[in-house]
Design a protein around this ligand. Structure first.
Ligand code: NAI
Length: 329
């Protein structure tokens, strides 16, 4: 039995993400939780002829508890999205509390589940979830992931528009965090290999870092990326399921994780990033979650400068998330 749960399932990301998860044959139960409309979304998806049984929950009558109990994997797109002119950090005020409360539910009802965090600002919401789980004594650094897959997806699309490669085949490691200058595309490590000139490197880097703004601007007040994010979130969830349920090995996806897990290589990355405790790097997945945190590899001079610029902002974002929980009485 493999139960997947979406928290924030009735939203712009939640609905198409739930649809894509309903199409995943590895899932036998799909539980949809939101503060509004989740029973409606569940009823709609339940008519699709795939194995997953779909259930919808609202907060009353122990809705969160019933949604989370026996979860294998939990995806969290709950919270408000950006409007034009807003940074992801501007969302902290509202989303930090939402994520904290959902994490408390996870600690109480499904402490062994894999947790995939989409809610922004990811640089801070992942530390918030980790701190709540730590407070309850159930944190496992190998099982909590900030979903940065959309940055990887955008990097494949944007670089292939210049290199003319097939975007489905292109892989660019994007490391660091998930906001503006903390997003560090390692174009020197693109696969299949391609050499961009410096002008291309700079404009592609900027486009990957601020790709989300293109969508926010085009939607003109109606929110941020939802459909591409749903595809990216489903891709990452599928990678987790393929590793942890189907036992596939060698799956590598970048993700923003805590570098403290024992024996998986996080300490080496931590040294390379001036002691940050959270960072996105290439993660190798295994049947128990993170099997290996890959080192950053050789960086170009330009990429080293990007890393230098990212570190102070990441440190601020991480500390803000951690102290949101540790400063609570
Ligand atoms: P949305 O407003 O369309 O949907 C959010 C959903 O969360 C709503 O259905 C709302 O009712 C629900 N919600 C609010 N409080 C809740 C609670 N306490 N418990 C359960 N559900 C709750 O927003 P959208 O566009 O789906 O974005 C969701 C989040 O994802 C935002 O924070 C956004 O910034 C983030 N995001 C992250 C990306 C990434 O790459 N990691 C990319 C795009 C968006």
């Amino acid at each position: 039995m493999v139960k997947a749960v979406v928290l924030g399932a009735a939203g712009g990301i939640g609905q198409p993400l739930s649809l894509l998860l309903k199409l995943n044959d590895a899932i036998t139960e799909l539980a949809l939780y939101d503060i509004v409309n989740s029973p409606g979304v569940a009823a709609d998806l339940s008519h699709i002829n795939t194995p997953a049984k779909v259930t919808g929950y609202l907060p009353p009558n122990d809705g969160l508890k019933n949604a989370l109990t026996n979860a294998h994997l939990i995806v969290i797109p709950a919270g408000v999205p950006r409007k034009p002119g807003m940074s992801r950090d501007d969302l902290f005020k509202i989303n930090a509390g939402i994520v904290r409360d959902l994490a408390t539910g996870i600690a109480n009802y499904s402490p062994d589940a894999y947790v995939l965090v989409i809610s922004n600002p990811v640089n801070s919401t992942v530390p918030i979830i980790a701190e709540v789980l730590k407070k309850h004594g159930v944190f496992n650094a190998k099982k909590v992931f900030g979903v940065t897959t959309l940055d990887i997806v955008r990097a494949s699309t944007f670089t292939s528009s210049v290199s003319r490669a097939d975007p489905r085949e292109v892989r660019v490691p994007v490391v660091g965090g998930h906001s503006g200058v903390t997003i560090i595309p390692l174009l020197s490590q693109i696969s299949p290999p391609h050499t961009f000139n410096q002008e291309e490197i700079e404009s592609l880097t900027k486009r990957i870092q601020f790709g989300g703004d293109e969508v926010v601007k085009a939607k003109d007040g109606a929110g941020s990326a939802t459909l591409s994010m749903a595809q990216a979130g489903a891709r990452f969830a599928t990678s987790i399921l393929n590793a942890t349920v189907k036992g596939e090995s060698g799956i590598v996806e970048p993700s923003y994780v805590c570098l403290d897990a024992d024996g998986v290589g996080g300490k080496q990355v931590r040294i390379a990033v001036n002691g940050l405790s959270y960072f996105s790097s290439n993660i190798e997945l295994g049947k128990n979650g993170i099997e290996k945190i890959h080192p950053l590899g050789d960086l170009s001079e330009y990429e080293n400068k990007l890393l230098e610029a990212a570190i102070p902002e990441l440190r601020t974002n991480i500390n803000k998330g951690v102290s949101f929980i540790t400063d609570e009485s």
